[in-house]
Design a protein around this ligand. Structure first.
Ligand code: CO
Length: 493
């Protein structure tokens, strides 16, 4: 593939970007003292982040970052001061592999044990790497990975307690998605908050399990639904009445995986000529009708939000024209961004009356990891915050934070290019705020110039003025996946 413009014109240098995928083996806990700007004194609580901390096992590179062992970071903000700590999740696989210093398990996304075919064939043990999200709910800190059970951690020092069955909500071997949605005021629970999450159970037929869990961690509702064909569903959205799933048309051919040639993720093939199915499952504990709709093909990892409008449901999602396919034998660090379809923010309108779906591109800029104000989950809303590319067109690493005003069709962007690389923003509401965008946006930025990571705090109403505070960490943190905020404090310093 030929780049569409010379490398020197790019807002980033690919070799600088690659260094953000160096493994981080060091676990630290310290007060952050190198700070530019001022941490707002009203911003008190804990930011948790999860992502792959190791991109190699004893020197053997993993083939895809999604296979990297989960490492949790916790940033405590209190009275204008900040504390940082990071720790690996001591999963069974992490402990076993660190003991022998080499891969013992196969990764879902193609990382093979050394020894090729004979060593990998028929080895279907999957390593629960606990690397996708981290969330404090029901007085438990949970590290999530969708294909297996959560791990629970001590929120004070991030020590791993072990596999977590959430009381008896989960059984050994159950999955639990890495994308819970928190309904801020569930109509089924007298307006109390409620965590809604799901699991995809492979089989014939595929089943989608929807769990609803109280703030105390008790199971409120559990429903199981059948889906046609193979389902690769990473995220979903909720409204007061529904849980909504996009099931892209993918074909799974497990044979190369079973025989040991490929990772399971490499055996998933996106079918661009087949429609995406949209499953609208009622949350009503007394039943209700499941709606199955279809729309033009496209692949969605992450949704921003959904809301009801009469008999219609609006869903805003980051959609790719084709799935960023896992390719055998390709080094992810040498990915040709120009050859990849950008993820773009689309608005889907699902008409439950006619069964028709329409869609509209909200903006063509490449983006990923959308977040919103937590009180607007499932409700009509105005603002979305999202990681974005520096340039307006094409695919590239995320280097900016972007805010879209969906009502007034306005936007703000702040870019960390050329040395900074971004990930998921987290919106934290101001404790006394009334406006939807009154609060802060927190982000972890990899500073390739100094090979370390920064925590940046921006005023959500004025992103363009740049960070209110930049907290320089002592080490770099490899590019992460998801995180969350809680006003709770666990660390004294
Ligand atoms: Co995700």
């Amino acid at each position: 593939m030929t780049a569409t413009f010379p490398r020197t014109d790019k807002p980033y240098d690919q070799s600088a970007w690659q260094k953000g995928y160096d493994s981080q083996r060091t676990e630290l806990a310290y007060e952050i003292t190198e700070i530019d700007g001022t941490i707002p004194p009203e911003l008190n609580g804990t930011l948790f982040r999860n992502g792959p901390g190791l991109l190699d096992i004893g020197g053997t590179p993993i083939q895809h970052p999604f296979d990297g062992d989960g490492m949790i970071c916790a940033v405590t903000l209190k009275d204008g001061r900040a504390h940082f700590q990071n720790r690996f999740v001591r999963t069974e696989g992490f402990v076993a592999e660190q003991k022998v210093g080499k891969p013992v398990f196969r990764g879902v996304f193609g990382t093979q044990k050394p020894g090729g075919f004979f060593s990998n064939a028929f080895d279907l043990r999957i390593k629960n790497i606990a690397n996708t999200n981290v969330l404090y709910w029901g007085k438990k800190l949970l590290a999530l990975w969708e294909a297996a059970e959560p791990h629970s951690l001590n929120p004070e020092n991030l020590e791993t307690k072990g596999i977590e069955y959430l009381g008896d909500i989960l059984q050994p071997g159950d999955g639990f998605a890495a994308h819970p949605r928190i309904d801020p005021a569930s109509i089924w629970d007298d307006g109390e908050p409620c965590l809604v999450n799901f699991a995809v159970k492979p089989g014939v037929p595929t089943r989608i399990v929807v769990y609803e869990i109280s703030p105390e961690g008790k199971l409120l509702r559990k429903k199981e639904h059948k889906a046609d064909g193979f389902a690769f569903i990473h995220d979903f959205v909720i409204t007061p009445n529904y849980a909504i799933f996009f099931q892209a048309s993918v074909k799974f051919n497990p044979l190369p995986y079973v025989l040991g040639f490929k990772g399971a993720g490499e055996c998933v093939h996106f079918q661009a000529d087949k429609p995406t199915k949209m499953l609208v499952i009622p949350r009503d504990p007394n039943g209700g009708e499941v709606h199955a709709l279809e729309a033009e093909a496209g692949f969605v990892f992450h949704h921003a939000n959904a809301f009801e409008q009469g008999n219609k449901i609006i869903v805003d999602s980051v959609c790719y024209q084709s799935i960023p396919q896992v390719q055998s034998g390709m080094d992810y660090k040498n990915v040709d961004f120009d050859a990849l379809d950008p993820g773009q923010l689309w608005r889907f309108t699902l008409d439950l009356g006619s069964g028709k779906v329409t869609r509209e591109l909200l903006d063509s800029r490449c983006c990923e990891f959308p977040v919103i104000h937590p009180d607007y989950v499932g409700r009509d809303y105005r603002y979305v915050y999202i990681g974005a590319t520096h340039g307006e067109t094409g695919n590239a690493p995320l280097q900016a934070v972007w805010k879209l005003d969906l009502k007034e069709n306005q936007q703000q962007l702040y870019s960390f290019a050329p040395h900074g690389f971004a990930g998921e923003p987290i919106f934290v509401p101001h404790p006394e705020g009334n406006a939807e965008d009154q609060g802060w946006v927190l982000m972890m930025i990899y500073d390739s110039e100094h090979h370390r990571s920064d925590i940046v705090i921006l005023d959500a109403q004025n992103l363009e003025q740049g960070p209110l505070a930049t907290l320089h960490l002592k080490q770099h943190i490899p590019y992460g996946l998801h995180g969350s905020w809680t006003p709770e404090l666990f660390v004294t310093f």
